[in-house]
Design a binder for this molecule. Structure first.
Ligand code: DHB
Length: 308
């Protein structure tokens, strides 16, 4: 651990600003422990639903020139078994865990929050923006400012944990949604979720590459969208932001912090650089700090906020 990378997030000190993004490393306690050993500052679980889900039929993920496309379909063991993994994690390691939850309505989110209240989770992240289950649940909640306001308000009334709202980039004005989430009491925001949906066709078989046809895009091609979204949102909220979307290197991490992020999520980067990416990006950030005269990552200059 290098002190130059320690940051404060909602009252706790974390060893690195790097966060394992939701869904990337599942929910098994042993995998989550490994992520700390690999240099992450906070881990996020795969989104947990009330009942277990097997997810979509494969192929569920594919690579293209510039990124990944996925339609996992929220496969997870369900909230009860998922939280048991978190408990086991905490028996082994006293590092912070963000539990991501997915509900299809405010009532479902309330039920999930009650389970999280009785768990060892440090933070709860509301996945309001899964792009891959609209056939089951309709348009993602994240598309509606009113739905976001209602869910976050109701969750905040009962949550014993700080609430992080994860927002979708697939909206016309993300800053309007972010302002409503803050007004409803969100303690922090996480952005961006995957972009799209998109689609790929296998030209030999003349079939969609993904079994489910459509999927969310991630990886290097979405970084400029993430930087723009974080900057727009940072310009109009006062709560901390976990910025993510295409972060591969220490320079990318610094860039999204300059746009306004306090913490930096890494997801698809694990595909490109392996689980060691957290150590590598930590090292690259330290080199940046040294070369540019910063004593600590906290002191990274942020852009001036946009007016209006
Ligand atoms: C899934 C969920 C997400 O929130 C996302 O961004 C991508 C995929 C899923 O499980 O399908």
């Amino acid at each position: 651990m290098n002190k130059k990378l320690s940051v404060d997030f909602l009252g706790i000190k974390v060893n690195s600003p790097l966060v394992v993004a939701a869904g990337i490393m599942g929910v098994s306690y042993s995998t989550l422990i490994k992520m700390y050993q690999c240099g992450a500052g906070i881990v996020t679980t795969k989104s947990l639903t009330i009942e277990p889900r097997t997810g979509h039929k494969g192929p569920i993920i594919a690579e293209f020139n510039g990124g990944l496309i996925n339609s996992v379909g929220l496969s997870n063991p369900g909230i009860d078994d998922g939280l048991k993994e978190v408990e086991e994690f905490k028996k082994n390691l006293s590092m912070p865990v963000i539990v991501s939850i997915f509900g299809s309505s405010a009532e479902e989110f309330e039920k999930l929050i009650k389970c999280v209240n009785d768990s060892k989770a440090d933070f709860v992240e509301l996945n309001l923006s899964c792009p891959n289950v609209s056939d089951e649940f309709g348009i993602p909640l994240s598309a509606s400012g009113e739905a976001i306001f209602e869910i976050v308000s109701r969750v905040k009334k009962i949550s014993k944990r700080p609430v992080i709202a994860k927002l979708s980039p697939n909206v016309i004005k993300i800053k309007d949604i972010a302002v409503l989430a803050q007004k409803a009491g969100a303690d922090a925001l996480s952005l961006i979720n995957t972009v799209g949906p998109g689609m790929l066709i296998d030209i030999k078989t003349v079939k969609p590459v993904l079994y489910n046809f459509f999927g969310g895009l991630s990886g290097p091609c979405i970084k400029p969208i993430a930087i723009r979204a974080v900057y727009e949102v940072y310009s109009c909220v006062d709560i901390p932001i976990i910025g993510m979307g295409g972060i591969m290197t220490g320079s990318d991490a610094v860039e999204i912090m300059m746009a306004g992020a306090t913490l930096v999520g890494i997801g698809s980067g694990v595909y490109y650089r392996g689980v060691e990416i957290f150590k590598k990006v930590n090292r690259e950030m330290i080199i940046f700090l040294k070369e540019n005269g910063y004593s600590n990552i906290k002191n990274i200059k942020k852009l001036d906020k946009l007016n209006g």
